[in-house]
Each structure stands twice: as C-alpha cells, then as structure tokens.
Design a protein around this ligand. Structure first.
Ligand code: G3P
Ligand code: MG
Length: 244
C-alpha cells in the first residue's frame, strides 16, 4: 500500500504538550503544523463513543470510576486538563463526534484507535466504524481505524467496510501475514522497538504499510524514516518535526 497519509503523527492529540485525548490537544498539535493525529476511542456506559485511553477516569480526569459504567453526561462534567497543568483546566473528555468534526475542520488526518473496555470489543468496533463513516463522509482521506483487539477490527469491517484498518500489536507476530489477511488490514501498527529493517521490507513487499509508535527520540525517528517507514507516531512534538 502507498501510504497517502502524513508520515509524522501526534500521539493522543499533542503528545506530552497538552492533556491527552482532548480537543485542546488536537488543536495544539495542528497549530504546530502536525497534519495527522492519533487518539483513542472507548464507549461510555450509555454507548457514547468518547476519547480516552484508560478504562478508568482517575489518571486523566478529576473523576473516579470505570468509563464503561458511567453515562457520557456524567463523564462530561469532569475536568480532563488540570491533571497536566492549570492552564488546561476546562478541557473535557470529548465526544468522538466532536473530535472527528474538529479534525475535518482543521484538515488533520486521524488514526482512530478503537480502545474497547474489556468485554466491549465488538460493540466498540461497530460503534466507532458507524460513527466514522458519518463523520468522514465524502472526505478525501478517511481515518485509519486501528486496534489491539481483533474482535473490534472485525466488527469495524462489518460496520464500515470501506474504512481502512490497522492491525495494532506490540511485536509483529510470526503469523502476521495470516492475521493481516484475516483482519483485512492495510497497515501493521507496531512498537518501533520491535521492528527491524528486514521485517519492514518483508511487510512492504507483501503490500502493507507500517506505522510505528511511540517514537520520541529524533535519532530513532530519522533512522526509521530513512528505512522507509510509512508513519511514526510521536509524543515529542517539541523534538520531532511534523514534516520530516
Ligand atoms: O496507536 C498507537 C498507540 O497509541 C498504541 O498504544 O497505549 O498509547 O494507545 P497506546
Ligand atoms: Mg493509542
């Protein structure tokens, strides 16, 4: 696959520079020139897709409890910015719908990571794909939907077959070809520390793209880009240029 998306993507909105998975972070990354963003989408207790990484609210909000057991209207009351710095107070846990609209408005491409709470894999994959179809209807560059959960990718394929998918893994498994075929993905998304140049070449030769996360050392970023990596996801928007 020829990767038609940005080669450098901001992790969770704007990496370390803004509270993760918030609209403020997406705006901040875009203001620094990043043309691509990765964020995580989970379902609230009432099935509403929202942006958050953890299954619980404690680390990134001033709320408490399990995301999957609380309706969005409750989650939306919590502050999702102050944990990082006072100047970010007022940020909320955003709706996926609002994040998608913002990306389109800013002209920022999205890698939407389907991040199901345990037990909600298929439901989350389906809900994210259904909403993504609506949000990016008519867009030149649809988002790539990725997930560590195969059930989520399979459900996403059923709900939005035209949306490209990425198989998210730590280390690329030995049977990656069979799994890529089974999940019908266009790209492997792996931990950069487990990737070798020969493996990258082998994956490319099979017609798939490779995205790596989370590359925070500029020397590593340069090495991977020199190898011909399709995309790097970074937390360090202050060290790694968006157009390198
Ligand atoms: O999608 C790449 C990366 O975000 C996967 O790990 O835990 O940061 O969501 P995590
Ligand atoms: Mg992620």
């Amino acid at each position: 696959m020829i990767w038609p998306y940005p080669r450098v993507v901001a992790h969770r909105g704007a990496g370390t520079l803004a509270p993760e998975n918030t609209l403020g972070a997406i705006r901040h990354g875009a203001s620094l020139g990043f043309r691509g963003v990765e964020f995580d989408v989970m379902l609230a207790g009432d099935g509403t897709p929202l942006l958050i990484h953890d299954e619980t609210l404690e680390r990134t909000t001033d709320g408490k409890g399990a995301v999957a057991h609380m309706p969005y209207a409750e989650i939306a009351k919590f502050d999702a910015g102050r944990w990082l710095a006072e100047r970010w107070s007022g940020e909320r846990v955003p709706l996926f719908a609002d994040a998608g609209c913002l990306c389109r408005e800013l002209g920022v491409w999205a890698n939407v990571e389907i991040k199901p709470a345990k037990g909600f894999e298929a439901q989350t994959g389906r809900a994210v794909a259904e909403m993504a179809r609506e949000l990016w209807r008519g867009a030149d560059r649809p988002p790539v939907l990725s997930s560590f959960a195969p059930e989520a990718l399979i459900a996403a394929k059923v709900a939005g077959p035209e949306l490209p998918r990425g198989m998210l893994v730590g280390r690329v498994p030995a049977d990656w070809k069979a799994r890529m075929r089974e999940l019908d993905c266009v790209a492997v998304h792996c931990d950069y520390r487990t990737l070798t140049q020969p493996l990258l070449e082998e994956i490319h030769a099979s017609g798939y793209a490779v995205l790596v996360w989370t590359v925070n050392d500029p020397r590593e970023a340069k090495k991977l880009l020199d190898w011909g990596i399709d995309c790097i996801v970074t937390d360090r928007l202050d060290l790694i240029a968006p157009h390198c």
